[in-house]
Each structure stands twice: as structure tokens, then as C-alpha cells.
Design a protein around this ligand. Structure first.
Ligand SMILES: Cc1cc2nc3c(=O)[nH]c(=O)nc-3n(C[C@H](O)[C@H](O)[C@H](O)COP(=O)(O)OP(=O)(O)OC[C@H]3O[C@@H](n4cnc5c(N)ncnc54)[C@H](O)[C@@H]3O)c2cc1C
Length: 565
């Protein structure tokens, strides 16, 4: 038996520790023979990658930009075809940090080297506040700093994508793909997959605060849903997590690591892609800064951009794909006038939050620090859930409100997952090293404020329910809110991100769409997008699995076209 070696092996295959350090770190009682075997396999992968990186070619069949949730799946699946040589470019470094592997430490990664460290511009409907927008800068991308929660989304999300002309994206189709991605550890369930690369499953040791949240919601008349990754997620649930032996098991471990052993996949880290290159309107490859030097790589077949909802539109615009007048204003030569690039940015809103001082110490964090959630309708007349509050097992308040919250506090965070408002990503400079303007336009529509009021009321009822009596010393934020105006004030001050930006290069068939239903960028040959930016509309749940779906789908489309000749 070998315990908790995930991180150690990850360090071996990224060349960070040697044999002696690995063997010394193996826990007492582990099988030395098995440890040797695992080391040998990981080291072979390292040597393979080292040789590929030391012998870079000028051209590859496919270039994938960004090794996050969408990009890791794309590169891994493309390289299943031994005839295709694939280059995966990642601006960040390896996802080997202890805080990556310890699921509840995701907030420790904020503003560090593994976070792009973005902030929004002043949010005019949220008291002109600036909101941090964390994005993973490492292999596995934001999937390496997320809260390890595994959610497909609501069936209606996908049926609505298909209804708007995106054939092949309906729920009946995508649910089979989600199923094929999973290695589900729960009770047998016809909806769930057990042969896929991504471990997911119920949390068998939830934090007592998560248990109180579930009980408190049931007290309010909300039904318990055992498996929300099925036809119905309307109710309260424990989150399913992507873990193995208590360690994060992200897209990079599930998809990328096995593929890194192949001779036809090169993973180049610290490779900051500055521009796409073109001959006319055909994308020919990329311009990249590696080790401080500018390099060009050519894609003989296609380039697939997977830089996420912030950096994908940024890269397209820097490369001359975007609104022609906006590009011209920054002296960027226009390749294709696509006015939708960077528009329709969406995000889920989380309110940070309703905080309660705990009686005594907080329960120990063992899971992901956010282990239960619920989907519900802010208005019973709605067709499907639009709010998804979550329990947070540590103090959770915006910087402007944090002073009121003692260290031994937990929070219930009201949220909105079907926002009516949308924002944009734009450039303020043609210099790739300048961060883009991120305008989430939070609370831009009154409908969002009204839904959040209902979410806030429900969360205060749950937080003040008898289920929490054992833990609740007092509500420290916001306290009683008597009028609608007081509630709105609190909403504006506590609005923050649920960490789920999407749809800034959205798929569709209308004039503002950026990619077609096979994820090809309109007006350009040899270029596709496979990440959260391409979602036509944000899904009603956490966005990691749907971002990985983009990678699964793009490779299906590419393979189908190549088969058809
Ligand atoms: C703190 C946090 C918590 C979250 N919690 C959850 C959760 O529990 N469950 C869930 O479902 N979702 C969660 N999410 C959201 C989810 O992880 C993301 O929606 C998903 O990872 C997005 O995938 P993506 O492929 O679009 O982008 P990313 O995964 O962000 O990948 C983009 C990649 O491209 C790289 N890149 C960017 N620009 C360049 C460039 N110019 N050159 C080369 N490489 C580049 C980046 O470094 C990154 O590796 C969370 C996100 C965060 C930040």
C-alpha cells in the first residue's frame, strides 16, 4: 500500500525531486517495491519530456495554448493519435505546490506566483469596488487552484445551448461525455461513469458545518439531493470532490500526466504566448516568449486556444481578432473583424458573506473547506434554479467588510448562478504584458439584485436555523437587515466572484458569436477555442467540468473532420 504519494510523484515527473528524496519521503509502512515502480514510471515521463523539450521542433501538427482545464484535455486527447505531434504551451509552471495538493488550501494560492493575480476594474454597481479575479497560472490552470468541486450543470444549460443553434451540445449528448470523463466512487448509478480518468465522488467525512448546512436547508423545506450530477439538482447536497487519498486530483493528474509519457506530446512550461501568427486569415501558429526569448512555432494543422475566459479574448485581440475599431484605436492590425471577442463576459456572483462567530474553535478543515451547496429558485415561478449558495468553513468577507469578522467564523455565502448582467474583457494597450480590463459588470441588472435578495434571505434563515445552534455564537455579518435598501447596500458591498468567468468568446450562430458550434473561430482558418470563454451562456453550476467538456468536444470535432477527409 502506498499512501499520499500524489504530490511526490508529480514532483518527480516535473523533475523537481530525485530518487533519494522521493524514497526518503515515502511514509513508513509503505511498500518499497511499489514505491520504486511508481518512481521509475514517473521518472521515465520526466525523461521523455526533458528530451522533447530539449529538441523542440519549429512545427507541430497541433499547437494547444494553455494547459488548464480545457487545454489539458485537448492536448491529452489529441495526442492519443500517434501520428499527430502536439505542442502544449503553458505560461505558468508546474502544479506541484503543497497548497495545490491540499484541497482546502485553495485560498492560500491567491495573488501568489501560481495566480495571474487579476483584478476587475471598479465595479460601478458594487460601490465602485475592485474584485480579485484569481486564475491559475500553472499546469492544470484554474483547475489546480479550484475548490475541487465536480459539477456538470443543469440539463437546461445544455439544451438551451443547443436550442440556440449549437448542435451537438444538448444534454443527452453532453451527459454521455461527462459520464465518459468520470471515475465515480459513489454507489452504482446509471448516470455516472466509472471508466474515465477523472476521480470524483461523495465526501464520506464532511465537515460538521456542512452537515449543519444540509440540515438547516432541509429545515427550510428544501429537499436533499443525493447526486446532483444527474437529471435533477434542485435541492441541497454535499459536493462531490476530485480527490484521491485526500489529495487534489485535477485535470493535470487525470489527463496530462498519462499523456506526458507519449513521444508525440511536448509540454512546454513558462511559455508565454504573445500572439497568434497568420498568413492572410489562416492561423499559422504562435509567437511565444520562452526563457525570455521570442520564438515562433508553426501549426501544420490547427492551433487551439485554451487560455481561459480572461486570457483567450486578450490573446485574440492582441493578434488582430476582435472589434475592428477597438483594435485600430490601439494600432493593432486587424486580421478579422469579430465584434463579439471579449463581450458577453459572465460570472457567478458570491456574496462574502453571512458570517457567524463559532462557539469556540472552528471544526478542523479536512475536505475542500466548502463541502455543501444547494440549488434553488429565487422565485418559484422560474423554470430552473438560479441561486446556488454554499457553506464556507472559514471567515469569508470582502476586504471592505472583513474587520467585522473574527478568525473563528464560518460563512454562508448567498449566490446567483444565472446572472442577467454581463460584462467584457478589453485591452488598454497593445503590449501583451499589460493586464486586460476585466469588467464583470456585477449587479448591472436589477433582476440580479432581486435574486440575490432572495438568496440572502434564504441563507440567513439557514444560518440562524436550529441545525447550526451547536456552532453559532452570533451572526457577525451583516446582522439583521430590516429594509430592502439595507439588503441592497450589503449586496453591493459583499459582491465578489464565485470564480467562474465564462463566455467572453462565446459559441453561437449569431453576429456576436466568436466560434461556431465546432469551436472554430469565425472568419479564420486553422483556429479553434476550447475553454470556458467559448460557453454560449454560463452554466448553472461550478464551471470546471464544463470547461473540460470543451476539450473533449473540440477533439471529437477535429477527429471527425479528419476521418471525413
Ligand atoms: C479559486 C477558484 C475556485 C474554483 N472552484 C471551482 C470548483 O470547485 N469547481 C468547479 O467546477 N470550478 C471551480 N472553479 C472554476 C474552474 O476551475 C474554471 O472554470 C476552469 O478551470 C476554467 O478552465 P479554462 O480551461 O477555461 O481556463 P484555465 O483552467 O484557467 O486555463 C487557462 C490556462 O491557460 C494558461 N494561459 C493563459 N494565458 C496564456 C498565454 N498567453 N500563454 C500560455 N498559457 C496561457 C493559464 O496559465 C492556464 O493554465 C474555480 C476557479 C478558481 C479560480
Amino acid at each position: 500500500m502506498i499512501t499520499k504519494t500524489g504530490r511526490l510523484l508529480h514532483q518527480v515527473l516535473h523533475g523537481e525531486i530525485n530518487h533519494a528524496d522521493y524514497m526518503a519521503a515515502i511514509q513508513q509502512g509503505d511498500s518499497a517495491e511499489q514505491a520504486e515502480q511508481q518512481y521509475a514510471e514517473a521518472h521515465k515521463t520526466f525523461e521523455n519530456q526533458q528530451s522533447l523539450v530539449n529538441n523542440l521542433s519549429d512545427d507541430y501538427d497541433f499547437i494547444v495554448v494553455g494547459a488548464g482545464s480545457g487545454g489539458s484535455v485537448t492536448a491529452a486527447r489529441l495526442s492519443e493519435n500517434p501520428d499527430w505531434r502536439v505542442l502544449l504551451l503553458e505560461a505558468g509552471s508546474a502544479d506541484t505546490h503543497q497548497d495545490v495538493f491540499t484541497p482546502h488550501r485553495w485560498p492560500n494560492l491567491f495573488y501568489g506566483d501560481l495566480d495571474w493575480g487579476y483584478n476587475t476594474i471598479n465595479q460601478q454597481h458594487a460601490n465602485n469596488r475592485v474584485v480579485h479575479c484569481p486564475r491559475g497560472k500553472m499546469t492544470g490552470g484554474s483547475g489546480s487552484m479550484n475548490a475541487t468541486v465536480w459539477v456538470w450543470g443543469h440539463p437546461m444549460d445544455y439544451d438551451s445551448w443547443a436550442y440556440h443553434g449549437n448542435q451537438g451540445w444538448d444534454y443527452q449528448n453532453v451527459r454521455q461525455i461527462f459520464k465518459s470523463m468520470e471515475n465515480y466512487s459513489g454507489e452504482p448509478d446509471m448516470y455516472r461513469g466509472v471508466n474515465g480518468p477523472m476521480p470524483c465522488g461523495p465526501n464520506d467525512d464532511p465537515n460538521p458545518l456542512a452537515e449543519a448546512f444540509v440540515k438547516g436547508a432541509i429545515e427550510q423545506g428544501i429537499p436533499y439531493v443525493h447526486s446532483y450530477n444527474g437529471p435533477d439538482l434542485n435541492g441541497v447536497s454535499y459536493f462531490e470532490l476530485n480527490r484521491k487519498d485526500g489529495e487534489r486530483f485535477n485535470v493535470s493528474r487525470a489527463y496530462l500526466v498519462p499523456a506526458m509519457a507519449r513521444p508525440n506530446l511536448t509540454v512546454l512550461k513558462k511559455a508565454d504566448t504573445r500572439k497568434l501568427t497568420f498568413t492572410g486569415t489562416r492561423c499559422t501558429g504562435v509567437e511565444v516568449v520562452v526563457d525570455g526569448k521570442l520564438r515562433n512555432f508553426k501549426a501544420k494543422q490547427e492551433t487551439i486556444v485554451c487560455c481561459g475566459a480572461i486570457n483567450t479574448p486578450k490573446l485574440l485581440m492582441l493578434s488582430g481578432i476582435g472589434s475592428a475599431p477597438e483594435l485600430a484605436a490601439l494600432n493593432i492590425p486587424v486580421v478579422v473583424n469579430l465584434p463579439g471577442v471579449g463581450k458577453h463576459l459572465q460570472d457567478h456572483i458570491l456574496l462574502a458573506g453571512i458570517n457567524y462567530e463559532c462557539k469556540g474553535e472552528l471544526p478542523e478543515l479536512k475536505g475542500n473547506a466548502a463541502e455543501a451547496t444547494l440549488w434553488w429558485k429565487s422565485n418559484p415561478a422560474l423554470h430552473s434554479p438560479d441561486i446556488q449558495p454554499v457553506v464556507i468553513e472559514f471567515p469569508f468577507a470582502t476586504p471592505e467588510l472583513a474587520a467585522a469578522v473574527p478568525e473563528n467564523s464560518y460563512a454562508i455565502a448567498p449566490s446567483l448562478v444565472r446572472p442577467a448582467s454581463s460584462g467584457s474583457i478589453s485591452l488598454s494597450s497593445n503590449d501583451p504584458s499589460v493586464a486586460p480590463n476585466i469588467d464583470m459588470n456585477y449587479l448591472g441588472c436589477d433582476a440580479d439584485i432581486n435574486a440575490l435578495i432572495a438568496s440572502l434571505d434564504l441563507c440567513q434563515d439557514i444560518g440562524n436555523s436550529s441545525a447550526f445552534a451547536e456552532y453559532r455564537k452570533q451572526e457577525v455579518l451583516p446582522g439583521p437587515l430590516k429594509t430592502k435598501a439595507e439588503k441592497i447596500d450589503f449586496i453591493r458591498m459583499s459582491t465578489t466572484t464565485y470564480f467562474h468567468p465564462t463566455s467572453s468568446c462565446r459559441m453561437g450562430i449569431d453576429a456576436m458569436a466568436v466560434v461556431d458550434p465546432t469551436l472554430k473561430v469565425y472568419g479564420v482558418e486553422g483556429l479553434r477555442i476550447a475553454d470556458a470563454s467559448a460557453m454560449p451562456e454560463i452554466t448553472s453550476g461550478n464551471t470546471n467540468a464544463p470547461s473540460m467538456l470543451m476539450g473533449e468536444q473540440v477533439v471529437r470535432f477535429i477527429k471527425a473532420e479528419h476521418k471525413a477527409g
